[in-house]
Design a protein around this ligand. Structure first.
Ligand SMILES: C[S@@+](CC[C@H](N)C(=O)[O-])C[C@H]1O[C@@H](n2cnc3c(N)ncnc32)[C@H](O)[C@@H]1O
Length: 291
């Protein structure tokens, strides 16, 4: 009886993350990704990593930290850690009022500017694309707007994320009805192929999107990306602290061509982060223009 009792105490102790261990792990995650885990989300690390520690046969979070720093398997473990600390919530046609502004205001301006220049090239960057719903939504909107004219355009949507797992799902392009909960029915009929209980994005939209791994805290990698006319980075900077937000937004500014637009999440703001952009207020959304 007493040995069982002491065993359960040890088990509980093993799964708890101490204050120092938390700070160490939090700082490590921040250095690797720019994601800042606030004190009140300490339980998140504890809960989500407890099983992983058991799988690796590690006795506490201190050992886990050393594993992440020095073990031969540290690279793949870092990917697993990213999966644990990121929130991948997304859906097709997320935030319809903002997408309407994109379709009716931003896109016509950008397309017309290109037509006038005689260079029908369009590059859109979806940064923090999760399982692909956002960049595929943009591909669908482009198909809807340009219709047959799309054949005369050179269009590329670059979509990046930190998590290899979400990128794998994005490349597969197969979704449940839940991902399409805010998508108009006629759009689902035109742009998806029903496969059993799932919906597959049609190849003509899929082919407009290139997925790749990018860590937004890697400024050099961001510099190497082809320049864009439009950057979408929605519901991503919310997980960063102000220093990281400033760096990322300034990388977007540098990436954008003059006259380009940045669209961020509806609960996000550039207030105290950047004054470089001109905010343009539309009913339902603010878009940020690089003049
Ligand atoms: C909540 S999802 C948003 C998905 C989509 N943009 C949307 O609004 O529906 C946030 C995504 O940002 C990614 N992310 C977080 N930190 C990142 C970083 N440092 N570099 C690249 N992607 C990151 C996460 O992996 C996650 O898939």
């Amino acid at each position: 009886m007493s040995s069982l009792f002491s065993k359960s105490i040890t088990l509980r102790k093993e799964l708890k993350i101490g204050d120092e261990e938390f700070t160490q792990l939090r700082d490590f995650i921040y250095d690797q990704s720019g994601i800042y885990i606030a004190d009140n989300r300490k339980y998140l690390l504890e809960n989500r990593l407890a099983n992983r520690l058991k799988e690796l046969n590690l006795k506490d979070f201190g050992e886990y930290y050393y594993y992440l720093r020095y073990d031969a398997g540290k690279r793949s473990e870092l990917n697993r850690l990213f999966e644990v600390v990121t929130t991948n919530e997304t859906s097709f046609f997320r935030n319809p009022p903002q997408l309407r502004v994109f379709q009716e205001k931003v896109l016509p301006e950008v397309l017309d500017a290109q037509r006038k220049k005689g260079t029908k090239r369009l590059h859109i960057w979806s940064a923090g694309c999760s399982t692909g719903e956002e960049p595929y939504t943009l591909a669908i909107i482009l198909r809807e707007v340009l219709r047959t004219e799309i054949a005369s355009w050179n269009i590329k949507i670059t979509a990046n994320d930190l998590s290899e797992a979400v990128l794998k799902a994005a490349k597969a392009g197969l979704y449940t009805e839940y991902s399409l909960r805010t998508t108009p029915k006629e759009i689902v009929e035109r742009h998806f192929i029903k496969k059993d209980q799932k919906f597959e994005i049609k190849p003509e939209s899929k082919n407009l999107v290139s997925f790749g791994h990018i860590n937004l805290s890697d400024r050099m990698a961001l510099k190497r990306l082809e320049r864009s006319q439009i950057v979408f980075c929605r519901n991503v900077i919310i997980y960063f602290d102000d220093v990281m937000k400033k760096n990322v937004i300034s990388s977007f500014y540098d990436n954008l061509l003059p006259g380009g637009f940045l669209l961020i999440g509806h609960s996000e703001s550039l207030h105290n982060i950047s004054r470089a952009f001109s905010p343009i207020h539309h009913p339902g959304a603010i878009v940020y223009k690089k003049e």
